[in-house]
Design a protein around this ligand. Sequence first.
Ligand SMILES: [Zn+2]
Ligand SMILES: [Zn+2]
Length: 316
Amino acid sequence: MKVRFWGVRGSIPTPPTSEQIRQKVLRMLEKAAVRDISSQAKREAFINEFEDWEVGLIGGNTSCVEISTKDTLLIFDMGSGMKRLGDYLIKKHSSEGKIKAHIFINHTHWDHMQGFPFFVPAYGPNSELHFYAVHENIEKRINDQQDFRFFPVGLDIMLSKKYFHQIEHKSNVQIDDFTITNLELHHPGKSYAYKVTHNGKSAIYATDAEYNNLSKERMLGYIDFYQNADLLIFDAQYSFIEEIQKVDWGHSSALVGVDIAIKANVKRLGLFHHAPENDDFEIHKLLSIAQEYRKNNYPGNQLEIFIASEGLEIHL
Ligand SMILES: [Zn+2]
Ligand SMILES: [Zn+2]
């Protein structure tokens, strides 16, 4: 299965500021100043030495993750990243025009819903959209977002065929070769992690979750749910200090992610739901701190930690 990140930011879409771009350009020029970049080939080789986030952007769109195979498309959350996913699908399916998607909702705060009114496939009569949520009244919640006072086009004007599936907590959903299970997370109004299993591999989408002050039993439940995952997409919005200060705000940090991932024998930990206040350098610093923490506290452990960034694709 392929995992592709379309929106990775938490809370509110966050385009980069001019000053942030200026700082990146300045940094590149400082490094270029002592190098020979006199030809196009040399400039390209120079650029290729950098990591994607250094010459590009981690991304400012809110939560939206695609997990798919050639035949089946699952979407996790409908944050502003969903707009570009929709445009991509329209282009990809331009010849036959039929788009079928299974959309799983983690929770219905704005940053997980606001992209849907701009998801162009939802307007096409040939599209078939299946929505899955543990929260009740998901159709009404989506419809409320498109109340005429807030958005000019209601859900009923979107011509796609829409099916709303109320799923039970901890139940299994089978879609083609995929099995999707869920588990409640600690977040204001509740959120739900989804574990996606396909061909013996598993990816877990577990954003908007806090692990402070939970009972031992509940913590063990998470360790069990995340056990042996090939990929854990984890809410790492806060620094460790912020996490301690913001009890009951419903978010977590990279360091807590490392502890949990290692206890659960996870292979890859994707830091996700980045704070809108943090620029790319600060987000990267949180990654470095997490890598250092793993090295010092779990010597020899092979957990791979990375920043979930827009456009990043992982094949499991
Ligand atoms: Zn969120
Ligand atoms: Zn939330």
